[in-house]
Design a protein around this ligand. Structure first.
Ligand SMILES: [Zn+2]
Length: 581
């Protein structure tokens, strides 16, 4: 169908649908009926023109309960559909704009395709597609909700450009076809949820991309396609213009978005990591590579030997937000000091060593590794400070509720959540608490016993941990992992001191947990310029008592050293009344 025909088809469709709320209702379209199980794409990149042109085949599987006669294919609104075929037959389709914040432009070009026959549930169909357009720096979805332009551009930094091209997939740039319901950044978790559903449907899908690049530069650029190694298949020069061809195959094991980066990088190789950097960033790149290399044994001790080499690549904008896709980390290397490099490398090397398709395990452990790194470098307080930064975000979303709603308890649980703050920040805290409860050797053994291919149910990892300890942890997994019971809120209810026969003081402390989740929490007793730390488990909406012997009269009790996320920390200090001494 020619564009003018498509437009008129769309207009007449719009006329027919005048009584409907939208074109969508007319078909009662199920945009999420199909999963895309395979992509075989020929991708033409013309950096000087910011152009992307794609031809290829995609395989759709009907994951709905009913036969589907219509398929929806979505690409970024800056790209246009050229054709959709099945076999050799051109299919009728209507192209329409579809507003959605899943793409950086805040919109998609949607092809509503009439299939040659209905596809039965679980059935598949292969389509041949063609589309093209430009991918420019565009942060419309952020600026239109009030994000200042500069920070919007540093967040949505994707673009195809003459010296640097980087496009992240679904959630940033729909440079390959997707199919999703509308995502709206101004509506709470809408984008997270839509993206989470898409990524779950795409888990295990395969993408083969043959990438051709035409450039005025004769130097072959470096290509990165997620973490995979691309085969360099051809290079030819025609006068001033050079053509490069790569063949990249990628199967998504995690919830990653296929990401393509082409730039004139130099490469620094170390046994643990490859660092690709832009001109002038040699020193920062060396710092990063050295820190990562130094950290290798520490990460291996916790998370096992590296399965693959970690890859770091430079971003041109020094303020660009870092982005990770599996073992590939994109971050501005300019001016990165060794401490920042160490924190980033700890996360990345953990991904290179440990694989799980469950975000709370995969990302939770990688963030936990960052806290472990800081503890090793600077001591426990530095690690707790770092976790404190994450906890701030956490207390914002984990609003204190007296009675959590049961559907939220399940939907927001760590095992189900698609919310990044939960599976990153909360999960990190959960790993840290587990480690405080069972100890390093037990937790390391549980992590070492983990096999991603055996992880068939949410209780798999909790059972591995339980197997390494005598302690009953079921209540903990129930409050923090299987369900989202919110956060604890500790308060010292009372403390009484009694002098013992030996001249020391026996302190009886009653701790109240006003919150909705139980935890084992540190209690710090301060006396005569010193302190003693003990740990006590207090279930949600419950009290517990602990006796602590101190050599001198206790002056102050502090509950929680910051290792347990809490909804209210203003009530954590208790001054011992004079008469109790
Ligand atoms: Zn990560």
């Amino acid at each position: 169908m020619k564009f003018s025909e498509m437009k008129s088809a769309y207009r007449s469709l719009g006329f027919l649908c005048v009584l409907c709320a939208s074109v969508v209702n007319c078909f009662s379209l199920d945009r999420e009926a199909f999963s895309f199980t395979n992509y075989d794409l020929n991708v033409q990149v013309e950096p000087e023109q910011h152009r992307l042109g794609v031809r290829g085949k995609i395989t759709l599987r009907n994951d709905s309960q009913i036969p589907q006669k219509i398929a929806v294919l979505q690409i970024s609104s800056s790209l246009d559909w050229r054709s959709v075929k099945a076999g050799d037959k051109a299919l009728q389709f209507v192209s329409q704009p579809y507003a959605s914040d899943i793409d950086h432009t805040g919109g998609l070009s949607e092809a509503i395709v009439t299939l040659p026959q209905a596809v039965a549930p679980k059935g598949t169909i292969e389509l041949e597609i063609a589309y093209e357009g430009v991918i420019l720096l565009d942060a419309t979805r952020l600026t239109r909700i009030g994000t200042p332009e500069e920070s919007a551009n540093s967040t949505d930094w994707d673009q195809i450009g003459s010296t640097f091209s980087a496009v992240r997939g679904a959630g940033y740039v729909a440079w390959y076809p997707i199919a999703t319901e509308v995502a709206n950044l101004s509506e709470g978790n809408s984008l997270f949820e839509v993206l989470g559903r898409w990524k779950n449907r795409e888990a295990g899908s395969k993408m083969r991309s043959q990438i051709a690049l035409t450039s005025n530069n004769n130097e072959p650029p470096q290509i990165l396609f997620n973490g995979v190694k691309c085969l360099d298949t051809m290079q030819e020069s025609m006068g001033a213009v050079s053509r490069f061809l790569w063949d990249c195959t990628y199967q998504s094991l995690r919830l990653d978005a296929p990401t393509l980066v082409v730039a004139n990088y130099s490469v620094l190789e170390r046994p643990a990591i490859e660092v690709r950097y832009l001109p002038g960033h040699d020193a920062s790149a060396a710092t990063f590579a050295d820190e990562a290399q130094k950290l290798g044994p520490f990460i291996t001790d916790w998370f096992g030997a590296q399965r693959e080499k970690a890859k770091t690549a430079d971003l041109a904008d020094p303020k660009a937000a870092p982005f990770e896709s599996g073992t590939l980390l994109l971050m501005p290397l300019a001016g990165s000091d060794s401490k920042l490099a160490g924190i980033a490398a700890a996360h990345q090397l953990t991904h290179a060593a440990f694989l799980s398709f469950r975000p709370w395990i995969e990302e939770g452990l990688a963030h936990f590794a960052q806290a472990l790194y800081l503890e090793r470098e600077k001591g426990r307080p530095a690690a707790l400070d770092y976790m404190g930064l994450h906890r701030f975000a956490l207390s914002e979303i984990e609003e204190p509720t007296t009675v959590p709603r049961s559907e939220d308890e399940v939907n927001h649980s760590l095992v189900n959540t698609t919310n990044e703050e939960l599976y990153r920040s909360k999960a990190m805290c959960v790993w840290w608490m587990l480690r405080d409860m069972v100890g390093d050797p037990a937790l390391k053994k549980a992590i070492a016993a983990y096999r991603p291919e055996q992880d068939k149910e949410p209780s798999y990892m909790p059972r591995l941990i339980a197997a390494q300890t005598q302690r009953d942890l079921e209540w903990f997994f129930d409050d923090w992992v299987y369900r989202d019971r919110g956060l604890p809120d500790f308060k010292v209810e009372s403390a009484f001191s009694r002098k013992t026969m030996t001249g020391s003081f026996m302190l009886t402390i009653t701790l109240d947990n006003l919150g909705t989740a139980g935890a084992e929490v540190p209690i710090i007793v301060k006396f005569a310029g010193r302190e003693i730390m003990r740990r006590l488990t207090v279930q949600a909406k419950n009290k517990a008592v602990i006796r602590v012997e101190v050599p001198a009269p206790a002056q102050e009790i502090v509950v929680n050293d910051g290792s347990v996320p809490e909804s209210d920390t203003t009530n954590n200090t208790f001054n011992i009344p004079q008469e109790a001494k």
